[in-house]
Design a protein around this ligand. Structure first.
Ligand code: SF4
Length: 245
């Protein structure tokens, strides 16, 4: 896309986010995942000039060590505090006892149990009392995200979900980051194109899909933690029976 095309998209997305957030009563949140999409969404949210909002990250206790320093880079660059939200300590202890370091790779059920305790339940607690949350989700990221709308009601967390980058490409994200000189997660320079927990994320090879490095042992239509996309009806039963190699 030409830079004019990028500019037009950036302007429209910013206008959309500013307009929508101006109508929302109550607190707006952004769950920051250390990915470029969220860095863009955060930059745009700050430009909305809201008086009340909260930015936090889900510290699953399985994050890459590089993110500890990058967390500080982000806070310093934007001049904000990014809260860390942790899984329930007792649930996490039992999970670690039963799955160990890599047990989440043994079955879809195990992996989803880990994601539920470390991510989904933590996100639910963090979003409690909020009216809306902003995401950096893009429809072209994966088959699981195709067709996401710019604005939706999230019945899993009972609040409004705003996806200002819903129609952006990976190149749009890179162009925005470059234009505004935003920080980039150091893992991108090591070949990662989508970043999650350390045991479940690997760099992708030339020609591979953007999210091929996330839960790479599963099929593409299963690669979601359950925060952004709720599992479909019947998945819980399927998860209990499917064994993946
Ligand atoms: S991404 Fe992996 S380590 Fe992180 S919560 Fe999900 S299964 Fe657990």
């Amino acid at each position: 896309m030409s830079s004019d095309g990028n500019e037009e998209k950036f302007r429209k997305s910013q206008e959309f986010l500013s307009r929508v957030t101006s109508f929302i009563k109550g607190k707006i949140a952004l769950a920051y995942s250390y990915q470029s999409e969220d860095t863009v969404a955060l930059d745009m949210l700050l430009k909305c000039g809201l008086k009340e909002f909260e930015v936090f990250t889900l510290d699953t206790k399985k994050l890459f060590p590089e993110l500890a320093e990058y967390h500080q880079v982000i806070e310093k660059f934007f001049g904000i505090s990014v809260g860390r939200r942790f899984p329930d300590a007792e649930e996490e202890r039992k999970l670690e006892e039963s799955l160990g370091e890599f047990g989440m790779r043994e079955s879809l059920a195990a992996r989803r149990r880990c994601c539920r305790i470390r991510k989904v339940n933590t996100l639910a607690r963090a979003l409690n009392g909020k009216s809306a949350y902003v995401t950096g989700v893009r429809a072209s990221q994966s088959v699981t995200r195709a067709g996401i709308p710019p604005l939706e009601y999230d019945d899993q967390f009972d609040l409004i979900k705003i996806n200002p980058l819903f129609d952006w490409s990976e190149d749009d994200v890179s162009a925005y980051i470059a234009k505004h000189g935003l920080p980039q997660n150091p893992l991108y320079a090591k070949g990662f194109r989508s970043i999650g927990c350390a045991p479940c994320t690997r760099p992708v090879k030339e020609g591979e899909d953007l999210r091929a490095g996330r839960w790479w042992w599963e099929s593409p239509d299963q690669r979601e933690c359950g925060c952004m996309i709720k599992y479909k009806e019947g998945d819980a039963q399927n998860a209990a029976t499917i064994k993946l190699g």
